[in-house]
Each structure stands twice: as structure tokens, then as C-alpha cells.
Design a protein around this ligand. Structure first.
Ligand code: C6P
Length: 411
């Protein structure tokens, strides 16, 4: 099988300086992209450029640098609006990442609108970030957390989901792409069903935003959160989309500078959106570099990236499936470029260490999805996840590496 896609991967690899690193004396093969992707030079340059030529606080100063930093910062908001196809940039809130986006909504919308006896629906395949904030909210409000089951291939049981929906359902929070199984969930259909009972829907797009074309208006989701660092941007920055009408009804998250219109000791009035939800000096440099990452992705084209990743996924799946004693965990029909697998007789931690010795980076363990692992009866899996710069040759190296692991462990 040949990976034949319309992009020049050799040229793309040149954009990522870290790919020249040697690890344990071997050329790095980086297959831990679901944890965080590597950064192209344009993103590194944007950070450097900001601190060398622009650094100033935003929305406040009367001077040249403050105006320049503000306009670059706000240009990223516009870029995210386009990236998600939101209706307006007021609907884009900067966060630290997906985790903060979910906590923000649980602590604001959730605290204001979820009442005793209300139901919140999540699924068996959620990351801890899309479990714990809702659990905390349910505990505080005496609300009920319900969990959509999955089938043996790692797909959601949609009939069970639809049967769970009722006038008690106030919020559904669902992962777009599972980080542990790679399953792409039918979120549009799920959103439609939730809206029929007037529940709001939050989509955890931590993995979705990098692999799929996102159109929040077509999805009609009420919230969509993602992290910059998985989309080739720096760590510590992310975005939360919320429908304007809902964001307007929400109380602020943090109190402080920037989120106010007027403050007196008696009363504070709040700023307009999106500033009402962004208190304090933000992560300006990383926000500005975020745009460089999104421009980079759009420059290659998400459809081309997706086709390349799908070809790698298919190739790696075929190669892994041929290895004796290895089982792929997550075989949904719709999958993104994330493959989890287990051996009958080799512990995932050993797989990780022995591949690392060969310069191959994967993730092993529970992938911050302990309830899913418990459901699957596993302590963890080994996970390989691909990005735009990965190649078929790297998959071959990975398979050769795994065969060495097997030889070492089985003798
Ligand atoms: N998953 C992984 O290796 P943050 O940490 O806020 O950027 O993203 C949290 C998160 C939420 N939902 C999903 C589906 C995710 O995959 C993640 C992050 C990484 O799978 C790190 S645990």
C-alpha cells in the first residue's frame, strides 16, 4: 500500500524542526500527536517575533505597542471564528485549553442553570476533563449524571442515548473524537436529538478540531471547546465557542480587570462579550502564535491533512492487525488517526519504554479515560496517533520496532 496524498510531506517535515531530533541515538518517530502535536517553525517564529518586537498588554495602553499587540491578539479571535465557522467573533472566548473550556461552562452556565434533579448526559468514552467538572456540578446541585453506553467496536449506543433524553435532560456533553479509541461520534445527530428536549450541547473538540472540518453553525452545537496545542499551536492556549445568546445569559467566570464596564464598591457592571468572560491579562504571545498555527493548517488544507492521516491510519491498522497476539481497541466505522492496541502477553508500559528506546514516541496507559478502561476491562492500552508530518516509512519503523519488542519480551 502506498500513501498517495496531494501534499508534499517531505516539505511539510522541513517545517517542523523537532523532527530532526535524535532520541536514544535514533531519528525521532513522533506518534504521540493526540497528546500534543509538534510546532512548525512559523509558530515558533510568531512567539519569538511577539516577544522581540511587540510585547505589550492589550486593550489598555494608549501606545503603539499596545495597539499592535491588541490588533494581533484580536486577529486570532477572527481566525478562530473562521476556523470554526462561528457567526461572530464575540462567540470566541480564549481559554487555557479544552479542560478550562469545560470547567468554565460547568462553573458558569452549569451553576446558574442546572438545578436539583436535572440530568446531564456524557458518554462512556469521555476524557476525565469531560467527566469530572460535570460530576462536581452534579454533586453541588444534586443533579444526575447519566452515561451513554458504547458497543464492542467503541461506538456510542445511539438508541440508548435517545432513550435517555427527556425533559429532565438539561445538558449533553460529548466528545467529538475519542482520544483513546479514535471513534468519531455522530455529534450532529446527537445535537439534533438533544435540542428536541431543549437540552444544550457541549462538544469536547480536543481531538476533533485537528482532524475534522468544524462548522459550529452546521452542527448547531451550543458550545465547542478545543486546545491550541493539539492543532500545532503552543500549549496553554485554547478556545471556547458558545452561541452568543447563551454566553450573554451566562455569569462571568472570573472577576477582575478587563471583564468589567464599571466598578464601584457597591456594584460592578460587566463588559460586552467576549471580554465579560476573559478576566485579567491573557496569554497574549501564545494567542498570537495560535493564529500562525491555524493559518499553517489552512494553508495545507484540512481536507488534504485528513486524507493523509486516513491513509496512515488504514495502513497502520492493516499492519498492526497482522501481528499475532495484538488486538486493536476501538474499531468503529468512523475513526480518526488514533490507534489503541493491547497485547495478550505484553504490558503496555513495557511497549512504551521499549519503543522509546528505539526513538519511537507513543502514549501508554489509561489516556485520562479511566472509566472507559474499566468498561473495557483494561488497565490501559498503547496508543499511536498520527499528524500531518508522519509518513508511511515511520509506520514501517514503528511496526519493525514493535516486532523487536515482541522478540525481547517473548524471547
Ligand atoms: N488529551 C491525550 O493524550 P487539554 O489537556 O485541556 O488540552 O485537553 C484535555 C482533553 C479533553 N478531551 C479530550 C478528548 C482530550 O483528548 C484531551 C487531552 C490528551 O489524549 C492529554 S490527556
Amino acid at each position: 500500500m502506498n500513501i498517495d496524498t496531494k501534499i508534499n510531506i517531505a516539505a511539510i517535515r522541513e517545517d517542523f524542526p523537532i523532527l530532526n531530533e535524535q532520541v536514544n541515538g535514533k531519528a525521532l518517530v513522533y506518534f504521540d500527536n493526540a497528546a500534543t502535536s509538534q510546532k512548525p517553525q512559523v509558530v515558533i517564529d510568531a512567539l519569538n517575533q511577539y516577544y522581540t518586537h511587540t510585547n505589550a498588554n492589550i486593550h489598555r495602553g494608549a501606545h503603539y505597542l499596545a495597539a499592535k499587540a491588541t490588533s494581533e491578539y484580536e486577529a486570532t479571535r477572527e481566525a478562530i471564528k473562521t476556523f470554526l465557522n462561528a457567526e461572530s467573533s464575540e462567540e470566541i472566548i480564549f481559554t487555557k485549553g479544552t479542560t478550562e473550556g469545560i470547567n468554565l461552562v460547568a462553573a458558569t452556565y452549569g451553576r446558574k442553570f442546572i438545578k436539583k434533579g436535572d440530568e446531564i448526559i456524557i458518554s462512556t468514552m469521555e476524557h476525565h476533563s469531560n467527566i469530572v467538572p460535570w460530576q462536581m456540578l452534579c454533586e453541588e446541585k444534586e443533579a444526575i449524571l447519566k452515561v451513554i453506553p458504547i458497543n464492542e467496536t467503541g461506538e456510542l449506543d445511539l438508541d440508548a442515548y435517545k432513550n435517555m433524553l427527556s425533559d429532565r435532560t438539561k445538558l449533553v456533553s460529548i466528545v467529538h473524537i475519542s482520544n483513546a479509541l479514535g471513534t468519531i461520534n455522530p455529534v450532529k445527530e446527537m445535537i439534533e436529538a438533544a435540542h428536541q428536549v431543549d437540552a444544550v450541547v457541549f462538544v469536547d473538540g480536543a481531538q476533533g478540531a485537528v482532524h475534522l472540518d468544524i462548522d459550529v453553525q452546521a452542527l448547531d452545537c451550543d458550545f465547542y471547546a478545543f486546545s491550541g496545542h493539539k492543532v500545532y499551536a503552543p500549549t496553554g492556549i485554547g478556545a471556547l465557542y458558545g452561541k452568543k445568546a447563551i454566553l450573554e445569559k451566562m455569569p462571568p467566570y472570573h472577576g477582575g480587570g478587563e471583564m468589567i464596564k464599571e466598578v464601584s464598591f457597591e456594584k460592578t457592571t460587566y463588559n460586552e462579550l467576549p471580554f465579560k468572560i476573559e478576566a485579567g491579562t491573557p496569554n497574549i504571545g501564545d494567542v498570537i502564535a495560535f493564529k500562525a498555527a491555524l493559518d499553517y493548517v489552512q494553508g495545507i488544507g484540512k481536507a488534504h491533512i485528513a486524507a493523509h492521516e486516513k491513509a496512515l491510519l488504514d495502513y497502520a491498522t492493516q499492519q498492526l492487525a497482522a501481528i499475532e497476539g495484538l488486538r486493536i481497541v476501538g474499531t468503529a466505522k468512523e475513526k480518526a488517526s488514533v490507534i489503541s492496541f493491547v497485547f495478550e502477553d505484553i504490558h503496555h508500559a513495557d511497549v512504551g519504554v521499549l519503543l522509546d528506546n528505539q526513538g519511537i514516541a507513543i502514549r501508554t496507559g489509561h489516556h485520562c479515560a479511566q472509566p472507559l478502561m474499566k468498561h473495557l476491562g483494561l488497565s490501559g492500552t498503547s496508543r499511536a496517533s498520527f499528524a500531518v508530518y508522519n509518513t508511511q516509512e515511520e509506520v514501517d519503523q514503528f511496526i519493525t520496532g514493535l516486532k523487536k519488542v515482541i522478540k525481547m519480551m517473548r524471547g
